[in-house]
Design a protein around this ligand. Structure first.
Ligand code: ASP
Ligand code: MG
Length: 453
């Protein structure tokens, strides 16, 4: 029997109305059963984290206020659906447990990563019980199968153990039942609760898809699949009907927000189809991400991605590779994202996004110690399988735009993308023009980049 795994994010289960829509999708997509993976109701994870911070700081009244708000919000949604009586028995111990955890954090004056994960688990578990009641499915505890290491807050799956633990699920699901489980959560071999990192529910769905030999994993979100560009800069951006896993990986690395990078690896290993659909418009176009590339014309660009807030550190050639490598290491450890480290006999360029206050501090300290620092840059990436056959197409585009400062070219090991650095202030003008030129209109979607001039 072919199994499908459907994942619904926080906004798809965030209100009674959204849940009704999601239930209709499940009805259509899983007439013969399957597995549904859910996030916590929108905003719940942040709310629980705020409660932990408040409790650990000794602000118990504030922590309690968060707990009350969380409970009220959940009860309101369940009441709207007429499901409060159906879930109350499962929910009450969860609220009580969160209350105890917060009290414990208050007493200790700290919220350890382990304690935080235990508290966060309440969000996804509340949601999964509600969704099970709403969809007429059976709640299954994901911590029975999602084995991880003990890196609390960003646990890594233990694939062999996960697969072994999932054997009863493979059998159970083969009988055509509908099961609902939590995303984001895992457990160590000793049974301690872990989480996979923020936004980790997509990864839960694809990991479970892999372990359960699913034929398809569907990620339901609130956009029409993966788009050819960011619609806030390019109103004509449109969904990409089919793309390769390589294109999806490059897009998520260079800025597209739809899919979490970690969520793509299981599809590469297991070869299932990954589908991204819009809960608000289930009939609208969706994106299918395939393990093998769909046919692309040489030079064709599938999507234009960008990421702003990039800082450049330039190291003189005379210093060799040690200082830039050490800088990259320190920055990443502090939570910066590295977009490029390019070295030539003329010098070394390190492009990073200092995403945390700690990383911003490290960056400042590094700049004070020698290398030249420039803030205000953005990475722009042209992504497409077509670039494998004609990598220079992307350069022709760039040349044709006759644009001013390009801070550097970042070519990675992936041949499905070419990225370059431009001043952030140029994005609003550059991205629509690049999109128009490279991706163009729907009819020319698969056409190669036009020649320069
Ligand atoms: N609820 C978790 C978060 O907000 C996991 C997820 O939604 O993917 O990060
Ligand atoms: Mg998400």
């Amino acid at each position: 029997m072919s199994l499908k795994v459907l994942k619904f994010g926080g906004s798809s289960v965030g209100s009674a109305e959204a849940l009704r829509r999601a239930a209709a999708i499940v009805h259509t997509e899983l007439p013969a059963g399957g597995l549904v993976v859910v996030s916590a109701l929108r905003g719940s994870t942040d709310r629980i984290l705020d409660a932990c911070v408040a409790a650990a700081g000794g602000y118990l009244a504030e922590a309690q206020a968060h707990l009350t708000a969380l409970r009220d919000r959940h009860r309101e949604v369940a009441t709207d659906l007429g499901l409060l009586p159906a879930v109350a028995a499962e929910w009450e111990p969860l609220f009580a447990r969160l209350d105890q955890l917060l009290t414990g954090m208050g007493m200790l004056g700290e919220a350890t990563p382990r304690g935080r994960d235990a508290a966060l688990a309440v969000g996804e578990t509340l949601s999964a019980h509600l969704v099970a009641a709403c969809f007429g499915g059976t709640f299954r505890e994901v911590r029975e199968v999602m084995r991880t290491d003990a890196r609390f807050g960003k646990a890594r799956p233990q694939l062999a153990d996960l697969r072994a633990a999932a054997a009863p699920w493979r059998e159970g699901l083969a009988t055509g039942t509908l099961w609902i489980t939590q995303g984001f959560l895992g457990a160590t071999a000793e049974g301690l609760t872990t989480t996979l990192g923020r936004g980790g529910s997509d990864t839960s769905a694809t990991l479970l898809g892999e372990a359960l030999d699913a034929e398809e994993v569907q990620i339901w979100t609130d956009v029409d699949g993966v788009l050819t560009a960011d619609p806030s800069l390019v109103p004509e951006a449109r969904p990409i009907p089919q793309m390769s896993l390589g294109e999806a990986e490059a897009l998520s690395a260079f800025g597209a927000k739809v899919l979490h990078a970690d969520s793509l690896a299981p599809g590469g290993r297991a070869g299932f189809r990954l589908v991204v659909g819009n809960t608000l418009r289930p009939g609208a176009s969706r994106t299918e991400i395939l393990p093998v590339s769909p046919l692309r014309e040489p030079g064709a660009v599938t999507s234009v991605a960008y990421k702003e807030g990039i800082s450049l550190l330039r190291f003189p050639a005379s210093e060799g590779l040690e200082p830039p490598l050490e800088a990259a290491r320190q920055l990443e450890e502090a939570g910066a994202l590295r977009f490029g480290l390019v070295s030539s006999p003329a010098g070394t360029l390190l492009a990073v996004r200092p995403d945390t206050p700690a990383a911003a501090r490290v960056l400042k300290a590094l700049a004070a110690s020698g290398p030249e620092l420039e803030a205000g840059w953005a990475v722009v990436a042209l992504v497409g399988e077509g670039l494998r056959a004609d990598p220079l197409a992307a350069l022709r585009h760039l040349a044709a735009l006759g644009q001013e400062p390009v801070g550097g070219l970042l070519t990675g090991s992936s041949t499905v993308s070419i990225a370059f650095l431009v001043p952030e202030s140029r994005l609003g003008d550059l991205i629509p023009r690049l999109h128009d030129r490279c991706v163009g209109q729907p009819s020319t979607h698969a056409a190669p980049c036009q020649k320069a001039g």
